[in-house]
Design a protein around this ligand. Structure first.
Ligand SMILES: [Zn+2]
Length: 425
């Protein structure tokens, strides 16, 4: 049976960094990048947080691995509430993935009850539509906003991260004294073998809800935060086993905190309506950042399917996408229709997002005209009546298999992968 032992938790840089020294048994070494052990850096001193809370960022990332790989974890001290929460989370994942979750145990020498004094609110903040919608709906709580470098932006990509920080600094709606930055190699301390543990990808399918929330534990103690929110990306209308969902996120708890998977009742089209209404009423200015595509130069890449959907949603809310951080491509509508060709394959979630836009288009309200009212109205009507069920996912199995082959090739045989890419091009 594999075994991970957490030996020591140490702080440095005036109590702003936490380093974890751990060792793993030979049989599970292949899952860990031991040359890049898990760490976390805050821009505030969090050293007053008790040890039982300082281990939470680490455990939130490692425990799902222990469940899916099947190894035991040994350590000295943990917050009692969090320990209990882990048992529930494991059950939850077992329900989602009955064939993937294995036998494993967490051994802790002492469980300690901790109490956080305060009722402050925090919100994980990525600058995207979900984040802004949550911020607006909770604005009277003046939430602390926490952005994590290492989640959407790789640690080494400092250019993109600096841009992100700069864009934040330009937003008037943000209370800049309450915006915290965290850096963690939470996507880099494990190997690609972890990505192969399920079909869904590790970060999106399993890791990200627990990982991002876990980051907050030490901060929550220092800043009296007990009302913790993470913006939902999906809604109750669509169910797919995602790493962030009410059943995962809201079962994350430590000390006396409560986590809310925020905005689960809001479709993305509702969120756009909400942001547009807020901007109109308050004479505010918000630049959404929905996309982290490589090709992005300004706030968004404007071309990926997520950018396309957000642009379309703004148009359907009768707002000018240019006011919200987008440069509308000249051939927007042609681009939209190219998503629905013969080989269109998309996840349940993405297909659902398109369906929401179709519903919104069918409502037939006022829309933002880019150039030619009649032509665009015709496009919107055509879009509204596309039969997605007959178009999407005809070749789903082959595409999934191709994706898995690509991942294995890329990691194991990078040279052959390059040839493969050339052949396909
Ligand atoms: Zn994009």
């Amino acid at each position: 049976m594999g075994k991970l032992t957490l030996h020591k938790v140490s702080r440095s840089e005036n109590g702003r960094e936490i380093h974890y020294s751990y060792e793993v048994s030979k049989d599970i070494e292949k899952y860990f990048r031991l040359d890049n052990p898990y760490y976390i850096k805050y821009d505030r001193n969090i050293s007053t947080a008790p040890l039982g809370l300082q281990v939470i960022p680490f455990l939130s990332n490692v425990m799902p691995m222990s469940w899916f790989v099947g190894f035991d974890v040994y350590m000295d001290e943990c917050d009692e509430t969090f320990f209990e929460s882990l048992q529930i989370l494991k059950k939850q994942f077992h329900e989602f993935f009955p064939n993937n979750v294995k036998k494993s145990e967490l051994h802790v020498k002492s469980l300690i009850r901790n109490e956080i004094k305060g009722t402050n609110t925090s919100l994980l903040f990525s600058g995207g539509l979900d984040s802004y919608d949550s911020l607006i709906r909770n604005i009277d709580k003046n939430p602390y906003l926490i952005s994590v470098h290492g989640a959407d932006v790789e640690i080494a990509d400092t250019d993109r991260w600096n841009k992100f920080v700069q864009f934040n600094s330009e937003e008037r709606i943000i209370d800049h004294g309450r915006l915290f930055y965290v850096e963690s190699n939470l996507r880099e301390f494990y190997t690609y073998r972890v990505d192969l543990l399920t079909d869904l990808g590790w970060w999106g399918g399993i890791q990200h809800g627990m990982a991002l929330l876990g980051v907050l534990a030490p901060l929550s103690y220092t800043f009296g935060i007990t009302d913790i929110r993470i913006a939902a990306s999906a809604t109750y209308e669509v169910s797919y086993s995602w790493g962030s969902s009410p059943k995962i996120d809201e079962n994350m708890r430590w000390a006396n905190t409560k986590v809310t998977h925020d905005g689960y009742d809001q479709r993305r089209t509702d969120k756009v309506d909400n942001v547009v209404a807020f901007v109109d009423q308050n004479k505010e200015n918000i630049k959404l950042r929905v996309c982290f595509a490589e090709e992005r130069s300004g706030h968004n890449c404007n071309h990926c399917h997520k950018c396309q959907r957000t642009i379309l949603s703004l148009i359907l809310s009768n707002a000018n996408p240019a006011d919200y951080g987008f440069v509308v491509p000249d051939n927007l509508y042609e681009m939209l229709f190219s998503n629905f060709n013969e080989n269109a394959v998309m996840t349940v979630g993405i297909k659902y997002q398109w369906t929401c836009l179709q519903d919104k288009a069918r409502e037939g309200g006022a829309f933002f005209v880019l150039d030619d009212y009649d032509r665009e109205k015709e496009y919107l009507e055509r879009f509204a009546h596309l039969d997605l069920d007959s178009i999407v996912n005809k070749n789903e199995q082959q595409v999934k298999q191709r994706k898995r082959t690509r991942l294995i090739l890329r990691e194991k045989l990078p040279f052959i992968y390059k040839i493969y890419q050339k052949l396909r091009a």
